[in-house]
Ligand binder design. Structure first.
Ligand code: ZN
Length: 287
């Protein structure tokens, strides 16, 4: 799933490509991709693109009074095309979910792999009308996100595990499963540590880890074409998705905790004093 750094790169890429262009046509191909019905998609036709912005993991194309907003979800991606086909796309088994055609014939496709379709598109007059945007917490790359703000968030989260706090969009916007693993590895902190137990210097250390992890990833993604972003993201990860491989810091084997529909990765030596974290699913199976 694209998280803050990848969406930031997509926004930068699209900002260049969409500058001074008008939307010619937007076609929803997949059933249920469009989450709004008023205004209709056709209301976008002919509107000049005035800006492209990111809200957390949402991408927002501002077309003078109307916004085309999308959340790529887990299997979603954006593919730029210098020349879009002339004929409108037909619904079918392809991963194509939405096609945007610009006034010069170029455009982009939103695609979604897998059977669970969660990619979402909204046409709204104000981005805050999108429920997921309205609920977003502060953006960690915004100037107003200070170490004091993070300290307040951790205190308010009480006994909640820090991993969940970092990836909760209503608490901090834009960090998902991958970058929360990476941030906690940089911070040398257990993903299960209760948020309110993080005090003093540890807050500053976690704050610095959030900043360096996200800013490094943004810098690495900068100028990378949309098609290559996934590969770029993967190559920069230290523990996420690397179960069984050596930790790049200490050489210990990266371990994993599985949940119903996701998993987290961590380094026992760097993060949990060498102790493996309880994997509830695994211990249930062994009973
Ligand atoms: Zn390690």
């Amino acid at each position: 799933m694209p998280e803050l750094p990848e969406v930031e790169a997509l926004v930068a890429d699209l900002r260049n490509r969409l500058a001074d262009r008008a939307l010619a046509r937007v076609d929803a191909v997949a059933f249920s991709v469009l989450k709004t019905f008023d205004p209709p998609l056709s209301a976008l036709s002919g509107l000049l693109v005035e800006g492209v912005r990111r809200h957390g993991k949402f991408l927002d194309i501002d077309a003078g009074g109307l916004h085309l907003v999308t959340h790529l979800a887990r299997g979603g991606w954006l593919r730029w095309r210098d020349e879009q086909p002339k004929a409108p796309p037909r619904p079918g088994k392809s991963p194509l979910a939405l096609r945007v055609v610009l006034d010069d014939g170029s455009g982009f496709d939103l695609t979604e792999a897998g059977t669970r379709k969660r990619l979402a598109v909204y046409v709204v007059r104000d981005p805050a009308e999108v429920p997921g945007i309205e609920r977003l917490g502060p953006d960690p790359l915004d100037d107003s996100f200070t170490v004091e703000v993070l300290g307040e968030i951790l205190r308010a989260a009480g006994r909640s595990q820090v991993k969940g706090v970092l990836r909760s969009q209503s608490t901090i916007a834009g960090i998902g499963n991958a970058y929360s693993d990476e941030i906690l590895h940089v911070a040398r902190m257990s993903p299960f540590k209760p948020a309110s137990n993080i005090t003093g210097d540890e807050v500053q250390h976690l704050y610095d880890s959030v900043q360096t992890t996200l800013r490094d990833a943004v810098a690495r993604s900068d100028g990378v074409a949309a098609a290559d972003l996934k590969k770029e993201k993967k190559s920069g990860l230290r523990v996420h998705g690397r179960t069984g491989l050596p930790c790049p810091v200490c050489g210990d084997t990266v371990a994993e905790v599985s949940f119903a529909d996701s998993s987290l990765q961590y380094c026992p030596t760097c993060q949990t004093g060498g102790k493996p974290l309880a994997d509830r699913r695994l211990s249930r199976l062994l009973k």
